[in-house]
Write a protein that binds this ligand. Structure first.
Ligand code: G6P
Length: 608
């Protein structure tokens, strides 16, 4: 949600910043801006729309300077217009800053400043910060930012420059990620490593209530109380190529096609086929308590939440543990009362989702133990949980999550299998599960080879304005995820339902214009799903069935069939979701939607 990138070094800043913004565009894309410092002169440009609009605006202009800050915005306060775009400045245009997050007490601060004669040129909360930093400046930018941090409430990732602080960028964080990148050519800071991975893989994570001063060849981190902090430099495993399209027209499609590999990466080095027990080094620190845990709560948002919903069924199948699943945004406001030795599992691709972070903080306060399943190494959730498992899936850039979903399901299965094998699950069952897990990457490839068939189905139905997705048990959450994918990227209205609930409402909508995607692998729910399909067909609703390979009998009943290879019942969701992702992608493509940057959405939701 909003992307920040800044650079101070030996090279011209402009093109580095624009390149960085393009990598961050998935975080927000309604307006963008850049400020570059050259001696005591600062040039600032802002534009509404995508980064290309900013590029067009500054094209041909000489913007000299080896230090600068830049921002791509996802509007919270004030509509996306040029006045509200970042960088913001103070009335004397001495301070320029970019901000990610929300200043909660900006209204009060703004009124106070207005009474003192300050004029504001935007409707944003951010502009207050520029005014305050200018007022607090008496020679040290670092000190001015520190003082301002003590006056504001809310969340921020911040990068600030000042005409009278040549060669310096001050960055600060409270609740919104900021990562410092170090290289021989200069230093960076960004809300996400993808903005700087082209130049460096040496990073330092800024933590909450810390600030740092960056110069050409140094950085210094300190706390809000001016205590100096020494922090180790980490090496990130992501590569510049990970952030490229690699010949695919969209990141969403590229990431769908990466799933054989990302599912494999989720399991790499973690399977012990002979013993039927996975190895999960990341949870070793809490293993003694975890293995006796009888109550587990999964919290997450969006697609990660639907992965958790599948996870509950998998845990129920493989373990004796009671599992609850909660939307993080609701969980934090519940009256929480955990039995002893309750573990919370937070699932998050970005590791920065504000609601998920708030949920684990609340659970910690109430005495629960915290685990994370996170993709971004070093992210806030990975740091605030006691232990956890990384997805190792590389950056996910398409706003609609795909490869992380299947990776999360693979990891949840490994966790459940590990715990189950220490409970009642037999060696035979463990070995069988591991064999089935190992087969998944090739099985996903087989589904991907049907892409043309799935595209043809999309061509038939993409003009239908309403869709229904139905599933039962393990595949009920896949129905919800399938519907979410379709609405996110194509703006087609879709609902995901537990098939048994169809007669309690959605059946009223069935008509020849409303397709139903029915997820019915050959498992113990199959016959019940067939009955639901009969009910739809007798009302002349078109049905697309996602079913197990070789199931011929369904062909007589439904309009379209997409086959998935046979696997164990609890692994079907990993396969069944892939055709749903492709259907959503092709519908969106036929409707000429902006697939990787759907309207109003953002990849990393760092505000409540
Ligand atoms: C946003 C994204 C979704 C994602 C959700 C949770 O809504 O658009 O794709 O599933 O946030 O994000 P997380 O990073 O916590 O998994």
């Amino acid at each position: 949600m909003c992307g920040i990138v800044c650079y101070v070094g030996k090279k011209q800043a402009k093109s580095i910043l624009i390149g960085g913004l393009k990598q961050l565009e998935y975080r927000g894309y309604d307006s963008a801006g850049i400020a570059v410092q050259d001696g005591s002169n600062i040039t600032c440009h802002r534009a509404v729309g995508r980064i290309v609009e900013l590029e067009k605006k500054i094209n041909g202009q000489e913007i000299n300077g080896t230090l600068g800050i830049a921002h791509t915005r996802w509007a919270t306060h004030g509509e996306p217009n040029e006045r509200n775009a970042h960088p913001h400045t103070d009335p004397e245009q001495k301070v320029y800053l970019v901000h990610n997050g929300i200043i909660e007490n900006y209204g009060l601060l703004k009124k106070k400043l207005q009474k003192e004669g300050h004029h504001f040129s935007s409707e944003t909360d951010t502009e207050v910060l520029a005014h305050l930093i200018a007022l607090n400046f008496d020679g040290s930018l670092n000190e001015a930012v520190r003082r301002t941090m003590s006056q504001v409430e809310g969340t921020f990732g911040l990068a600030v420059i000042h005409r009278d602080a040549e060669g310096e960028i001050v960055v600060a964080r409270r609740g919104s990620p900021l990562i410092i990148g170090l290289s021989d050519e200069g230093n960076f800071a960004a809300s996400d490593v993808s903005a700087m991975v082209r130049y460096t893989n040496q990073v330092v994570h800024l933590q909450d209530n810390e600030l740092a001063t960056l110069t050409l060849d140094d950085f210094a981190i300190s706390t809000g109380q001016a205590k100096r902090i020494e922090r180790t430099v980490e090496t990130v495993e992501w590569h510049a190529e990970d952030a490229d399209l690699d010949g695919f027209p969209h990141f969403m499609l590229k990431e769908i096609y990466e799933q054989p590999e990302t599912v494999m990466n989720a399991m790499r080095g973690r399977l012990e086929p002979g013993e039927g027990v996975p190895k999960l080094g990341g949870i070793t620190p809490v293993w003694d308590q975890l293995k006796t845990c009888r109550h587990l709560v999964m919290v997450a948002c969006g697609t990660s939440y639907y992965a958790a919903c599948v996870g509950r069924y998998i845990f129920e199948k493989l373990t004796d543990i009671d599992v609850e699943v909660e939307l993080a945004s609701e969980f934090r406001y519940r009256k929480l009362n955990f039995p002893p030795n309750t573990f919370i599992v937070a699932l998050s691709q970005s590791g920065e989702t504000a609601d998920t972070l708030a949920a684990i903080r609340e659970a910690k306060r109430k005495g629960a133990r915290l685990l994370g399943i996170v993709n971004v190494v070093g992210s806030s959730i990975s740091r605030e949980t006691e232990a956890g498992i990384y997805n190792h899936a590389g950056p996910e850039i398409g706003v609609a999550s795909t490869k992380i979903f299947t990776s999360q399901l693979a990891i949840l299965t490994l966790m459940a299998l590990l715990l189950g094998r220490h409970q009642n699950l037999s060696l035979t069952e463990g070995v069988e599960a591991i064999r089935a897990l190992q087969a998944l990457p090739a099985q996903i490839k087989k589904i991907l080879s049907q892409a043309n068939h799935i595209e043809a189905i999309a061509e038939k139905y993409y003009r239908c304005p309403n869709w229904l997705f139905l599933g039962r048990k393990f595949n009920f959450p896949i129905a919800m995820e399938g519907a979410l994918k379709l609405k996110e990227v194509s703006y087609i209205h879709a609902e995901g339902y537990a098939a048994g609930e169809m007669k309690h409402g959605p059946i009223a909508l069935i008509s020849p214009q409303m397709p139903t995607v029915a997820i019915l692998p050959k498992d113990d729910m199959y016959e019940k799903m067939v009955s639901n399909i009969q009910e739809i067909k007798s009302r002349r609703g078109p049905v697309v069935a996602i079913t197990t390979e070789g199931n011929r009998e369904i062909c007589d009943l439904v309009d379209e069939v997409i086959e998935i290879p046979a696997t164990l019942d609890f692994l079907n969701p990993i396969l069944a979701v892939v055709p749903c992702q492709l259907l959503a992608y092709y519908c969106a493509n036929l409707l000429c939607c902006d697939i990787d940057k759907p309207r109003n959405l953002a990849k990393s939701v760092t505000v409540e």
